[in-house]
Design a protein. Structure first.
Length: 79
């Protein structure tokens, strides 16, 4: 089993790239474990992740823009 800390480290590493493979991996990882990470304790981390995802949307292909947007909506449908 992977710990929450390891998942946060993986997400941070993937957020540092604008390559399609890394962004796709980020979106799939967040879709898979994002709900488990979305706790009051980690809320600040997730807010930073979503801000970075919003910035990434400006520098990637339309397909990756869509994946980033869908990942955000799946994890935080009320925002």
């Amino acid at each position: 089993m992977l710990t929450e800390r390891i998942m946060h480290e993986c997400i941070k590493k993937l957020l540092g790239s604008v390559q399609d493979q890394e962004i796709e991996s980020l979106c799939k990882l967040l879709t898979t474990v994002g709900a488990l990470l979305d706790t009051p304790k980690a809320r600040a981390h997730l807010d930073v992740y979503f801000q970075r995802m919003q910035l990434l949307r400006k520098d990637v292909s339309p397909r990756m823009q869509f994946m980033l947007q869908v990942s955000k909506l799946v994890l935080r449908p009320t925002k």
